[in-house]
Design a protein around this ligand. Structure first.
Ligand code: NAD
Length: 484
């Protein structure tokens, strides 16, 4: 069946299969793009993002109903441009084969690891940062010399359509193809025998995706979610912690995979924290209903889910502090005020599920070690935030907890450093992208040994026991005496 390029919205399984075949055939014709060719792709992406900047911002805002341009620029487009610039600068060095030590028995020869593109990378995207989470994996894929197919989220349809248009304006359908569609398309997409699949989304769907990929033994990078804790040490100024956490939690109204999900703080500082947090929120968002600075919840379904978490918590005894400075009605806006929860307990849904919204439960601790134990008794999170000016205690927290990444004295910022890997651990994900680790994830590290003209091992080969063999072995094992 000939390749049909017209199906980008709701493609059938056959159309997806045909597209993969088409893109893979193009890859096979040019399996080793040079650094210059990779940089050309990165440059075209850079220019396309700049050309479409305003249209992309408008599309995201349309999908959310309310999403400030500043958030889309700061948290999506700027990181993409930064990522392109970083990779552009380093791609030549990363591509260079890396020289390794060769064991004596193989001398004379040289050993080098070559980094080869994998082929076609599948990218599945969630709705919360629909630009960043499509384009940032694409930047890694291109840098490593691959081509890609992207499936955008059904909950961000306008952004998906704009991405399609933007990427089609800069790339041929042999380089990258964007599909829109719902769960059925996603299901078929993740069944394709990609050379690597990057999935960003919930832990629950991540399990399904990994199962589908297992059928083809397709390697996966899973960028999942979870409940990321923030911990405040008793010595840290509580107003400062509140201001920093409020700033980060307010971005995208908490619909951020690495947003602090709950806060562990000294019992006697709960009220002071709540007061300072409320003051910080009022400063950033003095009104809500018609305030374009405050992001709406993307869909009514998500909105209702968050309301459900609040009702459940209230019914089970939590104190709910919704911060709505103008006491406005938010009816019909799909907005949820920044909310603190006091007196939470483990039986509340809000303490079991990832919140993914502007709600922050406060969990008091009496002894500092209790806070560490609380984190370690739960699934390994995507992020951990620790507020303390003392470096030694910080090192202790690093060594005694696991998480995808860490920020000290801040939230979110570890996610925007292009020169560091991004990814979870265990239930919050596997594999990394961004920067060099992204290049490595989407390359095959191929060990290559090149033998010299002299085949030295032939002198010691069978019949075993010859004199050269004995001398060689005596010399070798003399190096490997038992350790004392
Ligand atoms: P989701 O898991 O519902 O959907 C993500 C993508 O998976 C969508 O494109 C969807 O179409 C597709 N999908 C849905 N069902 C599928 C199935 N059965 N098989 C294959 N694909 C399927 O996630 P979401 O609601 O879009 O996003 C929110 C979640 O994503 C949160 O858990 C959040 O923490 C996580 N997230 C993680 C990161 C990260 O970098 N680790 C970033 C953003 C969001």
């Amino acid at each position: 069946m000939p390749y049909d390029a017209s199906h980008r919205a709701d493609p059938s399984a056959q159309q997806l299969t045909d597209t993969l075949r088409h893109v893979r055939a193009a890859y096979a014709r040019q399996p080793a793009p040079t650094a210059r060719e990779r940089i050309d792709r990165l440059d075209r992406l850079h220019n396309a993002v700049l050309d479409y900047k305003d249209r992309l911002v408008a599309a995201v805002e349309a999908d959310f109903g309310s999403r400030p341009a500043a958030e889309t620029l700061l948290m999506e487009l700027l990181p993409v441009l930064q990522g392109i610039a970083h990779n552009r600068k380093h791609v030549r060095g990363w591509m260079r084969p890396s020289r390794r030590e060769t064991p004596l028995m193989l001398a004379p020869s040289t050993s080098k690891v070559h980094f080869q593109p994998l082929g076609v990378i599948g990218i599945v995207v969630p709705w919360n940062f629909p630009l960043l989470l499509s384009l940032s994996p694409l930047v890694s894929a291109f840098t490593a010399g691959n081509r890609a197919m992207i499936k955008t989220s059904e909950y961000a349809p306008q952004t998906g359509a704009m991405l399609q248009e933007m990427l089609a304006s800069a790339f041929s359908d042999e380089e990258v193809v964007v599909f829109t569609g719902g769960v059925e398309v996603a299901t078929e997409f993740t069944k394709l025998p990609f050379d690597h699949l990057v999935f960003t989304g919930s832990t629950q769907v991540g399990r399904v995706v990994m199962r589908a990929a297992a059928e083809n033994l397709t390697p996966v990078t899973l960028e999942l979610g979870g409940k990321s804790p923030a911990i405040v040490h008793p010595s840290f100024p509580i107003e400062e912690a509140a201001a920093r956490i409020a700033l980060g939690k307010g971005l995208n109204a908490g619909q951020v995979c690495i947003a602090p999900d709950y806060l562990l703080l000294p019992r006697d500082q709960v009220d002071a924290f709540a007061e300072a947090y409320e003051a910080a929120v009022r400063k950033h968002y003095p009104t809500l209903a018609r305030n374009g600075d405050y992001t709406a919840i993307i869909t009514e379904r998500q909105h209702d889910r968050l309301q459900g978490l609040l009702s459940d918590a209230a019914a089970k005894g939590a104190e709910v502090i919704g911060i709505n400075p103008g006491n406005e009605s938010l009816e019909g806006t799909c907005k949820v005020p920044m909310t603190l929860l006091k007196q939470v307990s483990d039986d509340m849904q809000v303490m079991q599920e990832e919140i993914f919204g502007p709600i922050l439960p406060l969990v008091p601790y009496d002894e500092f070690d209790d806070a560490i134990a609380y984190v370690n008794a739960r699934p390994r999170p995507l992020a951990l935030y620790y507020f303390d000016w003392d470096r030694a205690r910080g090192e202790h927290v690093l060594a005694h907890t696991h998480s995808g990444g860490v920020a000290f004295n801040d939230v979110l910022s570890q996610g925007v450093v292009d020169d560091m890997p991004f990814g979870g651990v265990g239930p919050s994900g596997m594999g990394h992208y961004h920067g060099k680790e992204g290049f490595l994830s989407f390359s095959k590290a191929k060990p290559v040994i090149r033998k010299g003209r002299l085949d030295a091992i032939a002198f010691i080969a069978a019949p075993w026991g010859n004199r050269l063999y004995k001398a060689f072995m005596a010399f070798q094992f003399a190096r490997f005496r038992k350790k004392r």
